[in-house]
Design a binder for this molecule. Structure first.
Ligand SMILES: Cc1cc2nc3c(=O)[nH]c(=O)nc-3n(C[C@H](O)[C@H](O)[C@H](O)COP(=O)(O)OP(=O)(O)OC[C@H]3O[C@@H](n4cnc5c(N)ncnc54)[C@H](O)[C@@H]3O)c2cc1C
Length: 375
C-alpha cells in the first residue's frame, strides 16, 4: 500500500503548489491526478492577478487576495529557481477603462471603493490613459490605473510549479482517479483509487470543479463548473503593456506578444464546447476595447471550467472530518490565490495554525447552512 504524510487529489496549480510547499517543509507528498497534471482550469485561465473585487459579493476575498499578491514575488522566485522555467510574471499594473455612462461619477466611485479597501487606484483622463496604452479605443471616457496588480502566463507557471514539485521530491501518479475518501473510523485516512487505497496522515482535496464528484466530498465542497470561453490573438504590431479591463472583457498581454481576451461565465455543466455566441461575445467586446484587434490574427480559442462555490468564495481549510483539508472553489481567482492557498495549507499541516484568518472560507459553512435550512 502507498503511504504518504500527505495525499493530494488533483494535480492542477492548487494541488501542485500545496505539494511543493509541503515537500519543501520536508514532508512526503503524493499527488493523484486522473489525467495529465495542469491541463484543466489552470491551463485555461487568463492569469490575471487582481485582488480588486469584481462585485460587492467578492469583497470578503480582498484581504486574502492582497496576502497572496504579497507572496507572489517570492513564490515566482522559488518556482523559477527550482524548475529552471519562466512563469511569465508581469508586475506591470492593470488599467480599468470606462467607455460609457457618467465617467466622472463612475471614476470617483471606483477610486473611493478601492481606497476604502486599501487598494491603490489612480484616476486617469482618457488622454493620459491612451498615452499609457495607445491601443485603447477613442471612445474611452476615463480610466483607473491599479499599479500594484500583475499577471502571469498561467500555463507556464503551472508547468514551473509541477517541475519544481517533482524536483523537490513530490511523487505524481497520473491516470489515478480518486473515487472516494478512505476512512478509518471517524478519521479520513487517505484516498480510495479504483483498485487501491492510499494511506496518508493528511488528505487534501484540490480537484477543482470536479472535487464534488469524489464520494464523501460534496458536503464539504459543493463546487460546480463555471465555463469560460477565451481567445488569444497574436497581433503583428499592436502592443499592450498592462492588463486592460472594461465592464465586458479583459485583455491580458503575454511576454511573447500574445494577447488573451476573455471570458464568458456560463453554467452549463462539464461541457467545454466553444460556441458561436460565446466567441462573438468575447471578440466583440475585445474589439470594442482595443479596435486594432479587428486586424489581429486569432491564434487560439479554448474553454475551461472554473471551480465555483455556492457563495463564489473559495473553500479552504480543515473539514469536519479529522485529517481532511479542502482547497478548492477558487472560481475566478485561483491563479491569484495559489501562493496563499499553498502557504496556509502548509502552515495548518506543519504548525496547526495559520498566519491569515481563513475561517470565512471554512468548508463547514455549507454544512451549517444545510442544518439551518432543515432545523
Ligand atoms: C477561462 C478562465 C479564466 C480564468 N481567469 C483567471 C484569472 O485571470 N485569474 C485567476 O486568478 N484565476 C482565473 N481563473 C480561475 C483559475 O484558473 C482556477 O481557479 C484555478 O486554475 C483552479 O485550479 P485548481 O488546481 O483548483 O483546478 P484545476 O486546474 O481544474 O485542477 C484540478 C485537477 O484535478 C484533477 N481531478 C479532477 N477530479 C479528479 C479525481 N477524481 N481524481 C484525481 N484527479 C482529479 C483534474 O484532472 C485537474 O487536473 C480562470 C479560469 C478559467 C476557466
Amino acid at each position: 500500500m502507498k503511504k504518504f504524510d500527505v495525499a493530494i487529489a488533483g494535480g492542477g496549480v492548487i494541488g501542485a503548489s500545496i505539494a511543493l510547499e509541503l515537500a519543501l517543509a520536508g514532508l512526503r507528498v503524493g499527488v493523484f491526478e486522473r489525467s495529465e497534471p495542469g491541463r484543466e482550469a489552470s491551463w485555461a485561465s487568463a492569469g490575471i492577478l487582481s485582488p480588486a473585487p469584481e462585485s460587492t459579493a467578492m469583497i470578503p476575498l480582498v484581504a486574502l487576495g492582497q496576502a497572496s499578491m504579497a507572496l507572489y514575488p517570492e513564490f515566482i522566485r522559488t518556482i523559477e529557481e527550482i524548475s529552471g522555467q519562466s512563469a511569465g510574471y508581469r508586475p506591470k499594473g492593470t488599467l480599468q477603462a470606462i467607455l460609457t455612462g457618467d465617467a466622472r461619477e463612475e471614476l470617483s466611485t471606483f477610486v473611493a471603493l478601492h481606497h476604502g479597501l486599501g487598494l491603490k487606484a489612480v484616476a486617469l483622463s482618457a488622454e493620459d490613459a491612451r498615452e499609457l496604452e495607445p491601443a485603447l479605443s477613442d471612445e474611452l471616457e476615463a480610466a483607473v490605473l491599479r499599479p500594484e496588480e500583475a499577471s502571469v502566463d498561467n500555463r507556464a507557471m503551472t508547468q514551473a510549479v509541477l517541475e519544481a514539485a517533482r524536483r523537490s521530491g513530490v511523487e505524481f501518479f497520473t491516470g489515478s482517479t480518486v473515487q472516494a475518501l478512505a476512512r478509518d473510523g471517524l478519521r479520513c485516512a487517505g484516498l480510495q483509487l479504483q483498485s487501491e487505497t492510499v494511506e496518508a496522515h493528511w488528505t487534501v482535496i484540490a480537484a477543482g470543479c470536479f472535487s464534488a464528484n469524489i464520494e464523501g466530498v460534496v458536503r464539504f465542497a459543493p463546487v460546480r463548473p463555471a465555463k469560460g470561453q477565451i481567445v488569444s490573438f497574436r497581433p503583428a504590431d499592436l502592443r499592450i503593456e498592462r492588463v486592460l479591463w472594461s465592464e465586458k472583457i479583459y485583455l491580458v498581454p503575454r511576454n511573447d506578444g500574445r494577447i488573451v481576451a476573455g471570458a464568458t461565465v456560463e453554467y452549463v455543466g462539464f461541457d467545454k464546447t466553444l460556441t458561436g455566441g460565446g466567441l462573438q461575445q468575447v471578440l466583440g467586446a475585445a474589439i470594442e476595447l482595443a479596435p486594432a484587434l479587428a486586424h489581429a490574427r486569432v491564434e487560439e480559442t479554448w474553454a475551461g471550467l472554473r471551480p465555483d462555490s455556492p457563495d463564489h468564495l473559495p473553500i479552504l481549510g480543515p473539514a469536519e472530518l479529522d485529517g481532511l483539508i479542502i482547497a478548492t472553489g477558487h472560481f475566478r481567482s485561483g491563479i491569484l490565490l495559489t501562493p496563499i492557498t499553498a502557504r496556509l495549507v502548509r502552515e495548518w499541516i506543519t504548525e496547526q495554525r495559520v498566519s491569515v484568518d481563513w475561517d470565512r472560507f471554512s468548508p463547514s459553512r455549507f454544512q451549517s447552512l444545510a442544518q439551518k435550512t432543515h432545523g
